[in-house]
Design a protein. Structure first.
Length: 335
C-alpha cells in the first residue's frame, strides 16, 4: 500500500516535470518563430539602394568615400546597399543601372557628376526610381543633386593663403572645370588679398597625379607659391612636389597635413559620407526627396577647416579665428 502511494507520487511529480519541460519547449519554439518572423519582416522592409562610383574603392580615393557612405547609411537606416565600383563608361553605367532596377533598387546614387547625363537619359523611363548624384545636374522630378556649399570655409582657406603668399600669386587645381566662373575661394582672395592674382587649372580627373603635377609645375613657373589642390588621390603627388619646390598647399577632403606638415597650410575637409546620410534622411522623410539641387552646408556635417600648420604664428591663427567668429555672428559679410 505504501509502495503504491509512493509510485503515485512519483508519477504525479514526473507528470508535472514533463508538463513544465514541454511548456518550456513550446514557449521557446514560439519565441524562435516570432524572432524569425520579425527578422524576416525586417529584411522585407529594407529598401534596396544602389551606389555607383567610377573610381576604385581604396584609401585616399574618391571611391572610398562612397564605401564610407554605404557603411553609414546601412548602420542608420533600413537599407540593403549594393556598391558598384570602377563603372567608368556610359555603357557600363547603363548596364549597372539596368541590373540595379531589375534587382529592385528604388534609389540609385551616382558618386560624382559624371553620372548626371546617364541618369537624365534613364530617369524619364523609370519614374518610380529615384536617381541621385553627388554634385552634377538633373532634369526630371525623380532626379536630385546633392552638393556642398563650402563658401565660408573656402573664404577662410583663402585668408590662410593670403597670409602666407610671398608672390601674391595663388593657384587652384580643380579635378574638373568648375561650374561657376568665380569660386568662393577666389572671392575670399579678392577680399583679403585684393592685390593678389589667382590662377586655376583643371586636371580632368580626381586621381591623375602625373597630370596634376604637370599643371602644378606650370603654375609654379608663373610664380604661384600657394596652391589650393581640390583633388583626391592626386593630392599626395601635389604635396610631394610642394616639398621639393618649397611651395604651400591647401589640402582637400581630409586633414592632409600628415603628408607634408611644413607644406600644408590647412585643408578644406569634406565628410562626403554625411551627404549619404542627408540623402537617406530626405528619402525616408514624410515629404520624400526633393527634385533639383540640394545644397548641403556646415549644419549637415559635410565640411570644416582643418587645424592650421606650424607656419602660422599664434597671432595669425587668432586673426583667422576672429574673422570666422565675425562671420558666424553676422558682423562680417562677404561681397
Amino acid at each position: 500500500m505504501q509502495q503504491s502511494k509512493q509510485l503515485r507520487i512519483i508519477g504525479f511529480i514526473t507528470l508535472i516535470v514533463v508538463i513544465v519541460i514541454v511548456g518550456t519547449i513550446i514557449l521557446q519554439t514560439k519565441g524562435i518563430m516570432l524572432e524569425a518572423e520579425t527578422s524576416s519582416s525586417n529584411r522585407l522592409e529594407k529598401t534596396k539602394v544602389t551606389i555607383i562610383t567610377s573610381d576604385i574603392v581604396a584609401d585616399q580615393s574618391w571611391g572610398s568615400l562612397a564605401y564610407k557612405g554605404q557603411l553609414k547609411i546601412e548602420e542608420q537606416y533600413p537599407v540593403d546597399v549594393e556598391l558598384y565600383s570602377e563603372i567608368e563608361t556610359d555603357k557600363l553605367m547603363i548596364e549597372t543601372i539596368t541590373t540595379a532596377i531589375n534587382e529592385g533598387s528604388k534609389l540609385i546614387i551616382g558618386h560624382g557628376r559624371e553620372f548626371s547625363d546617364v541618369f537624365t537619359a534613364t530617369a524619364l523611363s523609370h519614374p518610380d526610381v529615384q536617381f541621385v548624384t553627388i554634385h552634377g545636374s538633373s532634369k526630371y522630378p525623380n532626379q536630385t543633386v546633392y552638393t556642398f556649399d563650402q563658401g565660408e570655409i573656402e573664404y577662410f582657406a583663402a585668408l590662410s593663403a593670403a597670409l602666407k603668399t610671398s608672390t601674391n600669386k595663388i593657384g587652384v587645381l580643380y579635378p574638373f572645370e568648375p561650374e561657376n566662373n568665380i569660386s568662393e575661394f577666389e572671392r575670399g582672395l579678392a577680399y583679403y588679398a585684393p592685390n593678389s592674382k589667382s590662377y586655376y587649372k583643371a586636371v580632368g580627373s580626381r586621381d591623375d597625379g602625373v597630370k596634376a603635377t604637370q599643371l602644378m609645375k606650370e603654375l609654379i613657373a608663373e610664380g604661384v607659391d600657394v596652391i589650393y589642390s581640390k583633388g583626391n588621390s592626386y593630392n599626395r603627388d601635389v604635396i610631394d612636389l610642394a616639398k621639393k619646390e618649397n611651395v604651400y598647399v591647401i589640402g582637400y577632403l581630409d586633414d592632409q597635413s600628415y603628408m607634408g606638415k611644413e607644406q600644408v597650410l590647412t585643408s578644406v575637409m569634406n565628410d562626403v559620407s554625411q551627404a549619404y546620410v542627408a540623402v537617406m534622411e530626405d528619402y525616408f522623410s514624410g515629404s520624400g526627396m526633393p527634385s533639383g539641387k540640394v545644397i548641403l552646408n556646415e549644419s549637415h556635417g559635410v565640411y570644416s577647416l582643418a587645424p592650421f600648420g606650424p607656419m602660422f604664428s599664434e597671432q595669425d591663427i587668432k586673426y583667422i579665428e576672429t574673422e570666422m567668429k565675425r562671420y558666424s555672428s553676422g558682423e562680417l559679410a562677404f561681397p
